[in-house]
Write a protein that binds this ligand. Structure first.
Ligand SMILES: [Zn+2]
Length: 50
């Protein structure tokens, strides 16, 4: 299970097609997340510079 790095709530991404580089909003805290890996799905804060 993937967790939001901000609020640590579980992100239910099963069944979704996730592409690396895609962004989404956390359903709990609404923060923007960017997908950094698809197997397994890993996300980071989208506004966080490397
Ligand atoms: Zn969140």
């Amino acid at each position: 299970m993937t967790r939001c790095p901000e609020c640590e709530s579980d992100l239910e991404l099963d069944g979704y097609e996730i592409d690396v580089g895609e962004t989404m909003n956390c359903p709990e805290c609404g923060i923007e997340l960017r997908v950094t890996s698809s197997e397994p799905v890993t996300v980071e804060l989208a506004d966080q510079e490397p």
